[in-house]
Structures are given as structure tokens and as C-alpha cells.
Design a protein around this ligand. Structure first.
Ligand SMILES: Nc1ncnc2c1ncn2[C@@H]1O[C@H](COP(=O)(O)OP(=O)(O)O)[C@@H](O)[C@H]1O
Ligand SMILES: [Mg+2]
Length: 500
């Protein structure tokens, strides 16, 4: 049962341009036609406003199957929970509908997915046109901005009035039950809330990459280990891209200064001012409600001092502890804190919004080698070993540069170099990797454009791309024996793949 008193009494922090609670009048032009006898006076139903905000912020996920819509949303304590509406005969059954916010989520779902409420659907679509032109969820900051804009308010009020009126007119006739709802196995229909299309089926992606992305959608601290050039950095960026998260990167190198890492105080005509470095930027974005991925590339090349700053930041505290520390009121959950040196400000980021992905070149023996200190290792929830990509994954990338036979020959050469290193008692300093092979193919392609045959181009390009990377230098010259070994191997693969 909808509790009208609770609906109007709700505190809703998302639309400061309109208000955060209490009696806020809406124009009578927004009046729903569902209840002809309603009074003209319209005031903001804050519980319904909260439901709209949660959807726009991307906190509500949808799964549609036949006549049932399952939603994942947040309860009062900001914990995830599932609710559902099922169309049965002429009526609807609500599962776990609550009394204040969740009934309005269900009304939106009925309208968009089960065609229950044409007025709401039409008004919702008009709102989405203003609020989410690209069908992406809004950041908290963007929603705050929008709430000050007339066009947004003019689209929001009609939705709120229809929601409130629908709740009053239809809410009482819904069957309501409480039940533990099973996981529907992904929420591909979520974008439909914001005028988008159903997501391509990637929810069953059980690859390591798919699992990392899913973990990161709830915040993760992950370490990617593996040899150079296996695509660790690229993977970190891809996670951010696929999540639609903001990406902040730090590249570890000796001699990195505070200003390159945390931030610095800059003298300005108005006096000294703090300028965020990448670490502060990542924290601040998450504090503002943005899903954020902090990519710390080459973690072990950070000097110990900066690594410790990062470790300190990855200790999380509860909302209560944060309140005691900083006097701020934040939703339940865990938070990373970051104190800005010299400025005293303490930033806090929800662990659900800030993912930290670090990469390092050490191999799988890192634990024995003691290279990563245990205090740091303990901070990671996932350690993923990234090895060379599978042939079917990387070949299309190579084939975009040169034709199939040249690309396959280059890949075959790359694979062979993995066992031609000094580690294997052979002559090469290091094996080829994706980046080297891509350079090699790009150089060969240029030479083909100049009139060389593919085979000639691959022979010629070897010396300026593969040799300098794979062969050790002796008095400024690449080791002749190693170069010879590469050249012979190249001849073998050119023959094998019939490159002429
Ligand atoms: N899936 C991929 N598709 C295209 N290029 C890739 C892919 N993975 C990696 N690369 C390229 O290969 C090179 C090495 O990848 P990188 O992520 O830097 O490796 P790592 O961080 O493991 O050393 C880069 O030039 C990168 O752009
Ligand atoms: Mg890298």
C-alpha cells in the first residue's frame, strides 16, 4: 500500500533546483488526466521524485520476460534488492513494492514494459528527451544541474503528477506480495528506461574479462599481472569504457612527484590554490557520484612512498566512521578516504563507485619473488594473470593492418619469439608482443605502398621494429647472432604462410 504521508514527507536530495522535501508547488498545467476529479493544487510527491531520480541515475536495472518485469533497485539502506510486477489476467501483482518509492518504480515499469499506462509512457518519454538525450544514466552532478533548468522541470512535473495520480487510482487495486525473488540472470532491458535499446546479450559473458567488468560495476580493486605487451593497460581502459565510467590514469615511473600523483598547491592571484592530481581527481569524481576507474599502470614502478599513499587510500571505512571523521552524512556502505597533503581536505569515495585497477609486469611467480609487498597484495580482491591473447582474438586486429597471410606470418613469428629468449637458452633479449607486432605490420604496410612485395616488406621492416625490441645491444649494435635467428625464423613463417 502506498503511504501518502510518507510519499510527501520523503527527503529527496537529487533535485536541489526544485527542493529536497516539504511542500513545493507544481503548476496546474502538469495535472494528470487519469483522475478527472482531482483538486487543482499540485505539490511535489517526493517519494515519486526519488523513484524518478533513481532511474535517471542508473540505480535501477530492468529485466523483462513475457509478462513479468523484475527490477533491481536500492532499499532505504542503499542495499540492492529486487522487486517485480507481473501482469496476470486483467490485473497486476507487485512483489516487494514497499510504500514510498518502490511503488512508483513499478508504475514506471508497468508503463514502459507492459503498456499499462499510456499517459505515463508519453510523459516519461518527453522527460527522457530532455534529460537523457544519449540514453546514458546521469551523474548526480548532472541531475543537480538539470533540476535548475526550466525545460527539465516542465518535463518532470507532469511525470510526477501522473505517477502520484496513478498510484492513488491504480495502486489500491494491485495485489501485493513479499517474496525472495531469484536473480533473473542479468538486466539487459535497463536502457529502455532511458529511451535506449535492449543491451546486446553480454550478461552471460563468463570470460575473465567479463567477470572483471561485472565486479567493477560494483567497485573492485584488481591487479592485472603478466608480461609486457599482453594488453593489461588496454584491458584496464576497456573495463572503464564498457562500464561507461570515467577513467583516471596514473603511470608509475621512478621520480614521479606528488603533483603528478595526488595534486599540488599552485600560487594564483587569489592566493595559493589546490590543484587535483589524478588520485584526487578519481576520488572527487566518485565523491560526486560518478562511476570511476582509477588505472594505476606499472604499479611496481611507483616509488615506495607513492605506493604507500595508494595503499593508505585503499583502506575503507564505514559510513558511521566517516561521519565521526568528517561529520558528513553519507549512505550506508564503505568508503575510501584520501587526505590531500598541504590542503587538509579529506576526500571520500564510495567503494561501489571507485574501482582501482593496477597493472604490473611481474609474472605469476610474484608471490615467491616477494616483489609485491604483502600489505599491498592484501588490498586486491582480484589478481588476474593476463597472458598473450588467443589467436582468434588478436588476428582480426592484425588483419586490419595487412592482409591475412602477412598478418598470420607476423603472428606466427611473434609466437615463435616467445621461446627464443635467453630464458629458454636462446638468443633474444625479449619476445615480441602485440604492440611490437602492430608496429611491425604498420611499417611493412608502408613499404608495400612504396612498391615492395609483402615478403620483401616484412623482411625489411624487421630491422627497425622487431630487432631493436627483441635483440640485446652490444656496443650500440644489435647482437648479430640474435638478428640472424630472427631472420631465419621469419623465412620459415613466410614460407609456411605462402607470403610472396
Ligand atoms: N585487443 C587489442 N586490440 C588492439 N590492440 C591491442 C589490444 N590489446 C593490446 N593492444 C595494443 O598492444 C600494445 C600493448 O598493449 P598494452 O595494453 O600496453 O600491454 P601491457 O599493458 O600488457 O604492456 C598497445 O599498443 C595496445 O594498444
Ligand atoms: Mg601497460
Amino acid at each position: 500500500m502506498i503511504n501518502t504521508q510518507a510519499v510527501f514527507g520523503h527527503k529527496c536530495p537529487h533535485f536541489p533546483g526544485i527542493g529536497t522535501g516539504g511542500r513545493v508547488q507544481m503548476p496546474s498545467s502538469c495535472m494528470s488526466k487519469i483522475d478527472q476529479n482531482a483538486r487543482q493544487m499540485r505539490i511535489v510527491p517526493w517519494g515519486a521524485a526519488e523513484a524518478v531520480a533513481q532511474i535517471l541515475l542508473g540505480h535501477v536495472q530492468a529485466h523483462l520476460s513475457a509478462k513479468t518485469v523484475t527490477l533491481e533497485c536500492l532499499d532505504k539502506q542503499q542495499a540492492k534488492m529486487r522487486i517485480q510486477v507481473e501482469q496476470k489476467g486483467g490485473g497486476y501483482t507487485w512483489v516487494n513494492p514497499g510504500t514510498t518509492v518502490r511503488p512508483y518504480l513499478l508504475l514506471v515499469a508497468e508503463a514502459l514494459f507492459l503498456s499499462a499506462n499510456p499517459e505515463l509512457k508519453e510523459r516519461w518519454e518527453a522527460l527522457i528527451k530532455v534529460a537523457c538525450p544519449d540514453a546514458a544514466p546521469l551523474s548526480a552532478r548532472r541531475l543537480d544541474q538539470l533540476s535548475h533548468e526550466t525545460a527539465f522541470k516542465e518535463a518532470l512535473y507532469p511525470v510526477l503528477d501522473t505517477l502520484y495520480t496513478s498510484g492513488k487510482v491504480f495502486g489500491g487495486s494491485r495485489s501485493e506480495i513479499e517474496a525472495d525473488l531469484p536473480d533473473p540472470g542479468g538486466y539487459p532491458h535497463t536502457p529502455i528506461f532511458r529511451g535506449g535499446k535492449k543491451q546486446a546479450a553480454q550478461t552471460h559473458d563468463t570470460s575473465e574479462e567479463g567477470r572483471l567488468i561485472r565486479r567493477a560495476s560494483q567497485g573492485v580493486r584488481a591487479l592485472l599481472c603478466g608480461p609486457t605487451g599482453t594488453g593489461k593497460t588496454e584491458l584496464g581502459k576497456r573495463v572503464a569504457l564498457k562500464l561507461g565510467a570515467k577513467l583516471v590514469s596514473i603511470k608509475g615511473r621512478p621520480g614521479l612527484e606528488d603533483r603528478d600523483m595526488i595534486g599540488f598547491i599552485s600560487p594564483t592571484p587569489q592566493g595559493p590554490q589546490w590543484v587535483d592530481g589524478p588520485l584526487a581527481r578519481a576520488w572527487r569524481l566518485a565523491q560526486q557520484g560518478e562511476r570511476t576507474v582509477l588505472l594505476v599502470d606499472e604499479l611496481l614502478r611507483l616509488d615506495p612512498y607513492h605506493r604507500n599513499v595508494l595503499i593508505g587510500g585503499l583502506d575503507d571505512v564505514s559510513a558511521q566512521e566517516l561521519h565521526l571523521m568528517l561529520g558528513v552524512d553519507v549512505p550506508e556502505g564503505r568508503y575510501y578516504t584520501l587526505e590531500l597533503p598541504g590542503n587538509g581536505e579529506v576526500l571520500y569515495a564510495s567503494t561501489a563507485l571507485l574501482s582501482v585497477i593496477c597493472t604490473t609486469n611481474v609474472g605469476s611467480s610474484y608471490t615467491q619473488s616477494g616483489e609485491i609487498d604483502p600489505a599491498l597484495l592484501r588490498r586486491f580482491q582480484r589478481v588476474m594473470f593476463v597472458s598473450y591473447p588467443a589467436e582468434q582474438d588478436i588476428m582480426p586486429v592484425y588483419e586490419r593492418v595487412m592482409g591475412a597471410s602477412a598478418a598470420r606470418a607476423a603472428y606466427a613469428l611473434e609466437v615463435k619469439t616467445r621461446t627464443m629468449t635467453t630464458q629458454h637458452g636462446q638468443l633474444l633479449e625479449r619476445p615480441m608482443n602485440i604492440g611490437v607486432t602492430l608496429n611491425y605490420l604498420a611499417e611493412a604496410k608502408d613499404l608495400v605502398a612504396l612498391g615492395l612485395s609483402e615478403a620483401e616488406a616484412l623482411e625489411e621492416a624487421l630491422g627497425v621494429t622487431v630487432v631493436p625490441f627483441c635483440c640485446s645491444l652490444e656496443e650500440g649494435e644489435p647482437d648479430i647472432a640474435a638478428v640472424k635467428a630472427l631472420e631465419i625464423t621469419l623465412q620459415d613463417v613466410l614460407k609456411a604462410f605462402k607470403v610472396a
